[in-house]
Design a protein around this ligand. Structure first.
Ligand code: ATP
Length: 311
């Protein structure tokens, strides 16, 4: 499959500040790709370069295998961008605002009307299409921002921290919409600090740290790579001499039991333990309520990879 976007060894400096130090990553079509990194990592700089707002110093960008430098105008038309804090004219309604966008894009009035109806339907704002924007909640404003960014039917949509200023309800609303854009054939590349958002909707993740890409992979592969060799077990009650009896098992390194009776078993041979441990546990004649291999959260992974890159 041809990548929709390939960023190769991209460099960008602002005076003495090296914001991007040779970053490379690819974005696959019809996916949601999370772009993560601490403050100042270079996320917004990357987004601004991709949307054509600022230039880059070195490296190359390919969009559907076309070189960005020599085809910039054609490529930028296929990329929608929602900046971090979009500003709207509050005295307009969504219909009036989108009509204005259509006029700026030089569309014919019939096309503007049709596309306005379509995008308001996609972001589920049709029922408030004639209400003043100044009365909108944060979640509604972000959805209107998405409507503006997809007005031109982009293949790639760049969203810079789309959920940062929202409460949990607004976040859930916007995340659901981002996910549904995939069904409209739009590839979404979005930056965030909120790891949980990425876990909820992303297929791929790129982690940026101090201007360098430290991980770029599918979320599934990332979770497999960083899987923790810890099994969690919950018994109806902790069996007698539990720790002593298990301490004789060669692949078990450590056993922790928390205040609620949840047991964490740390192992050094995960593949063998996957088969053998449950057999051993079933020999204790105490009902087992749950047994699972702990899946690392994106937060666990993020801390691990960012720490490693500091070494
Ligand atoms: N116009 C500019 N002039 C000078 N330095 C800049 C400019 N824009 C960005 N920088 C610097 O480049 C680095 C990367 O900034 P950038 O805004 O891309 O980070 P970010 O990952 O988006 O951070 P945040 O999550 O805080 O928005 C930072 O050190 C920042 O101070």
């Amino acid at each position: 499959m041809i990548s929709l976007l390939k960023v190769i060894n991209l460099h960008k400096s602002f005076g003495k500040v090296k914001a991007l130090k040779g970053i490379s990553f690819e974005v696959q079509p019809a996916t949601v790709h999370g772009f993560l990194g601490p403050n100042g990592a270079g996320k917004t700089t990357t987004m601004k370069i991709l949307s054509g707002l600022i230039s880059f110093d070195e490296g190359s960008i390919l969009f559907e295998n076309l070189n960005y430098k020599t085809n910039k105008n054609a490529i930028v038309k296929q990329i929608g961008f929602l900046p971090q804090n979009p500003v709207f004219y509050g005295y307009l309604t969504p219909v009036e605002y989108l009509n204005l966008i259509g006029q700026i894009c030089n569309f014919e009035s019939r096309t503007i009307q049709k596309r306005t109806e379509e995008v308001l339907e996609i972001v589920k704002l049709s029922n408030v299409s004639k209400r003043k924007i100044s009365t909108f909640s944060g979640g509604m404003l972000q959805r209107l921002g998405i409507a503006v960014a997809i007005f031109n039917k982009p293949k790639l949509l760049l969203l810079d921290e789309p959920t940062a200023s929202l409460d949990p309800e607004g976040r859930a609303e916007v995340l659901e919409h981002i996910k549904s854009l995939k069904e409209e054939g739009i590839t979404v590349f979005f930056s965030t600090h909120i790891l949980n958002d990425v876990e909820r909707i992303c297929d791929y993740v790129t982690i940026l740290h101090e201007g360098k890409v430290i991980v770029s992979s599918s979320l599934e592969n990332l979770q497999k790579r960083y899987i923790q060799p810890i099994f969690c077990v919950e018994f109806e009650s902790i069996p007698e001499n539990f720790k002593d009896r298990l301490s004789k098992v060669s692949y078990i390194q450590k056993i922790d039991i928390d205040n609620y009776g949840k047991v964490s078993i740390f192992v050094n041979n995960i593949e063998y333990a996957k088969i053998d441990l449950i057999k051993i546990l079933s020999q204790f004649e105490t009902p087992i309520l749950s047994f699972y291999l702990r899946k690392p959260s994106l937060e666990d992974i993020f801390i691990k990879v960012v720490d490693k890159s500091d070494i």
